[in-house]
Design a protein around this ligand. Structure first.
Ligand code: CMP
Length: 224
């Protein structure tokens, strides 16, 4: 069994035998960078787990502006909202890198939810964590300035994708500057200004699609 899958909320509560059986009922899908897995507004009845790569969840406002709700990596689940509460997809899921996901339809998930309460419990836990994070992001939008939100996003991305090295934590996020700004919820110019300021202070080193976090402590203080 794949490591990323064993950590996913769906699987983490299962023993090896049950996990193999659940995996067998899931369909694997390979998506190229930029490929759309599903689009906002579509009807959906399938949830996904990221096996490899990264997926961004984007939302378009009525006037056409884009914001990113999240960027997910291996082991993370998405698409569960329209599965539990039938309705249109609340975001567009796009592969940020070449990505492999596995999908599970409503009919195949149901027996697991009813027969294995621990699966339902672990999905509820994932939903609760997401709501917590969303509330925090909402409070940050109201109370924090852009540099504070940039610092917080960098630390969150480091949590997910960071690799500790001799000079700091290297975060290979694979996002363009525009996407990073959409994730922070600010204009590209203001986000770039904050990044330039952090660079000048020696806290980070910004490169294409990656950033080296040199002084996490200062960033954490700025994020507060
Ligand atoms: P669904 O509405 O089916 O399709 C879009 C998916 O994006 C949604 O299910 C969730 O899995 C995911 N999603 C929506 N909002 C957030 C959020 N704030 N953080 C992380 N993921 C989200």
């Amino acid at each position: 069994m794949d490591d990323a899958l064993m950590q996913a909320p769906l699987f983490s509560a299962l023993d090896a035998e049950a996990a193999v059986a659940l995996r067998a009922s899931m369909a694997e899908m390979r998506v190229q960078r930029g490929g759309i897995i599903f689009a906002e507004g579509e009807a959906g009845e399938r949830m996904y787990v990221v096996l490899d790569g990264k997926v961004k969840l984007g939302h378009t406002s009525p006037d056409g502006r884009e914001s990113l709700l999240a960027v997910l990596g291996p082991g993370e689940v998405f698409g569960e909202l329209s599965l539990f509460d039938p309705g249109p997809r609340t975001a567009t899921a796009t592969a940020v890198t070449d990505t492999v996901v596995v999908g599970l339809g409503h009919a195949d998930l149901r027996p697991w939810l009813t027969g294995r309460p621990e699966v339902a419990e672990s999905l509820l836990q994932a939903l609760a964590q997401r709501l917590r994070r969303t509330n925090e992001a909402l409070a940050d939008l109201v109370f924090s300035d852009v540099p504070g939100r940039v610092a917080k996003q960098l630390l969150d991305l480091a949590d997910k994708f960071g690799q500790p090295g001799p000079d700091g934590v290297l975060v290979h996020h694979d996002l363009t500057q525009e996407e990073l700004a959409q994730l922070v919820g600010a204009s590209r110019e203001t986000v770039n200004k904050a990044l330039a300021d952090f660079t000048q202070r020696g806290w980070v080193e910004v490169d294409q699609r990656q950033v080296l976090l040199i002084d996490m402590e200062r960033l954490a203080r700025r994020a507060r």
